[in-house]
Write a protein that binds this ligand. Sequence first.
Ligand code: NAP
Length: 293
Amino acid sequence: MSAKIISGTETAKAIREELKKEVAELADKVIPGLVTILVGEDPASQSYVAAKNKTAHALGIHSEQVTLDAETSEDDLLALVEKYNNDDKIHGILVQLPLPKHIDEAKILNAINPDKDVDGFHPVNVGRMVLGEKCFLPCTPHGVLELLQRSGVETSGAEVVVVGRSNIVGKPVANLMLQKRAAGNATVTLCHTRTKDMDFHTKRADILIVAAGVANMIKADQVKEGVVVIDVGVNRIGMTESGKAKLAGDVDFESVKEKASAITPVPGGVGPMTITMLMKNTVQSARQFAGLA
Ligand code: NAP
């Protein structure tokens, strides 16, 4: 059996079309506004921020990009965040991570108004998510949920195994999968580097979500026939002939697709969903500020 490919590119495209329409319909009441703040010159961060601004622009979202010197002080960054907390044109504030070592990331993220925290990383939003309350869901886990839902994958009662327990992917995605609602209601196991027998868990997964950051670590003999695989991993494993970064997921796609019933590719799987969910959160925020949600 060769798996159905769950295309993040196609799903993201469909959601972006919906958002574009929604932004156009909102135009006489509110124009959603997003600011991205980048500190330093990390090339990967630069390209993520550029992609976020480009997508915002394409959807009719007002977007501002601030690039600061790598030597920027924590106080100056805090002051900038505060400025955008009070800017009525801006409904979403995104500070691109990682920040330079001399800046306390948690302090910066905590300074963002939770009502403008479209990344969903502020403790207030994390707390609301865990309690199942209305909040901004973190973008990558939210993207995973949308992919499963829009691909018609039944999560209720499913054995979901998540590999990786980071604050931005593993922990929130595991939490969302066990929530009592659509695209939830699963029985969830969370694995990490201290897990004693990883194969025992991955082999009984109906849905396997991998976010470990280790290229091709999950092989066909570690999954059961018919599993649905969501590969969050993005690993640079060299260069293509055209000089672009060659990417691999955390799952050995070629072998696992022969056993899975459905699988996301890398690239073109979870990646395109993350930025799309950022846009969705920004539009949601604008609606809330305009009293329309
Ligand atoms: P991270 O903070 O480095 O966390 C990795 C997690 O995986 C840790 O919890 C670690 O366990 C676990 N892990 C690592 N190696 C393992 C192994 N051999 N066996 C079991 N568990 C293992 O990474 P992250 O930020 O969550 O990102 C994970 C991957 O997703 C990366 O490739 C990243 O580039 C990608 N990513 C993609 C998107 C997207 O939009 N597509 C967004 C975010 C991240 P310990 O806690 O025990 O160390």
